[in-house]
Design a protein around this ligand. Structure first.
Ligand code: LLP
Length: 437
């Protein structure tokens, strides 16, 4: 019987008890590349892209778009994969745009988000032919108009709208989240105002609207509610101004499993039900079906990722607590420290041993909050030199990694049916000082 801890189908156990990831022996990978190391299952990433693309096509025909929210994991190879899979992308900074360009990804398929684009960002993105700006606020709208006029071009934009939905308390609170730092709220009239202003700008083509209700969302009702509010807004704007949006981007956010207690979301089925709802709603409101975009980040890459660590000290404090220290920590995984996120951590060398010891798996930073997970069941025999695997680390790990305590960032190793290869090299000590004069 498959252990309940094997929370994604790319995990299995070999005859020798070794944890296999994407069919690869994790001990051999640890030996070959060293630890800590981020592993990324390329086939899983491609499979997730295809699931989204096919479902969006089924739901909306040629009017469905899928943009990979690249803040989840941004490096050259991932943009190449997105290009090969026919995915659009969402970027949030000039640094991500630069990486996109270095990967040879066509920037006209990119949407530039963020709540505060600097003049330099606006200019850099336009210079390189960004597809869309997703405009957050009025100052930004004017900055984009000014730059587009200077360049004598017409710039496509979406407006980021705050629909007033709390993704976690949707049933009880349907007008929450107006206080977000992102976007312009419908409830306050700011959304209508920025829409009217956009329509007045000579060098701007308003293509439609965007919203994003949250991340790690398991309640699919949230998307129906967001679509409901946004389509009603589109109809309201049409009635008031005659402008009919051509595009509606519903953001990202589908949740993934970090632990077995979390559900598996059937993305394809969810998209189809959102699709049915949207088509009916458009009919009843008397508006044309706009292009519909989704922007998944986490659900494209999260469970394609796994981090391998080597155990250092094992400290048992009788009557209190046990600690297992690893050679990484909050520098490669800050998500427990930041969000208290749950994780599954497995003894990669022998999955068949009973796991009767409870411990905190901690990093090697000078900070007591440097914890990867508390209350982890591991074999009592766990010792220095053993390998631990932390699951579901493909999203928001490499992209949020730091050099705190001057710890070099781990490499990213891609796994596929044909083998494994380095996509991002391990940082060296030289890298740590190379900007210093
Ligand atoms: N679109 C927009 C406008 C977003 O702000 C985000 C995520 C996404 C799409 C992608 O959402 P996803 O499908 O990945 O849930 N660092 C946090 C997550 C921050 C998410 C920020 N925005 C974490 O580690 O959980």
């Amino acid at each position: 019987m498959k252990s309940k801890d094997l929370i994604c189908e790319n995990l299995s156990v070999g005859e020798n008890g070794r944890l296999l990831f994407a069919g690869h022996d994790t001990e051999l990978l640890a030996k070959k590349y060293g630890t800590p190391v981020y592993l990324l299952d390329e086939d899983r990433i491609r499979q997730r892209c295809r699931t989204y693309l096919q479902a969006m096509k089924k739901a909306f025909g040629c009017k469905g778009k899928v943009l990979y929210a690249s803040k989840a994991a941004s490096f050259k190879r991932i943009y190449e994969i997105m290009n090969e899979e026919g995915m659009g992308i969402d970027v949030v900074s000039s640094g991500e745009i630069y990486t996109v360009l270095r990967a040879g990804y066509p920037l006209q398929n990119a949407y530039f988000h963020s709540n505060n684009k600097t003049d330099e960002d606006v200019s850099f993105a336009m210079e390189n032919g960004i597809g869309y700006f997703v405009v957050d606020n009025e100052e930004e709208l004017f900055a984009i108009q000014t730059e587009a006029e200077r360049r004598n071009i017409n710039q496509k934009i979406l407006l980021r709208i705050t629909p007033g939905i709390d993704p976690h308390t949707y049933m009880a609170v349907s007008t929450g989240k107006v206080d977000s730092k992102f976007g312009s709220a419908i409830e306050t009239g700011a959304a209508e105002k920025i829409t009217r202003l956009s329509l007045e700008q000579k060098n701007i083509s308003l293509m439609g609207f965007h919203c994003h209700v949250g991340s790690q969302v398991f309640d699919s009702e949230v998307y129906l509610r967001a679509a409901d509010v946004m389509l009603s807004f589109i109809a309201d704007i049409k009635a008031k101004t005659g402008y009919e949006a051509k595009e509606l981007d519903l953001g990202g956010g589908y949740g993934v499993r970090y632990v077995s207690e979390q559900p598996v979301i059937d993305i394809a089925e969810n998209i189809l039900s959102v699709g049915d709802f949207i088509k009916e709603k458009c009919m009843s409101l008397g508006i044309l079906l706009p292009y519909i975009a989704l922007e998944p980040g986490r659900s494209i890459v999260a469970d394609a990722g796994l981090t391998l660590y080597t155990v250092g000290s094992v400290k048992k404090i009788p009557g209190y607590k046990n600690y297992v220290s690893v050679d990484g920590g909050m520098t490669d995984n800050v998500r427990f420290a930041m969000y208290g996120s749950p994780y599954t951590i497995l003894p990669a060398l022998d999955m068949n041993l009973p796991r009767e010891m409870r411990c905190s798996v901690v990093g090697r930073c000078c900070e007591s909050g440097d914890i990867i997970q508390n209350n982890v069941p591991l074999p009592d025999s766990i010792k220095r030199g053993d390998i631990l695997a932390c699951l579901t680390t493909g999203a928001y790990h490499y992209s949020m990694a730091s050099n705190y305590n001057r710890i070099p960032r781990p490499p990213i190793v891609m796994l596929s049916a044909n083998g494994n290869y380095i996509a991002v090299k391990r940082e060296t000590f030289e890298d740590l000082t190379h900007l210093e004069v």
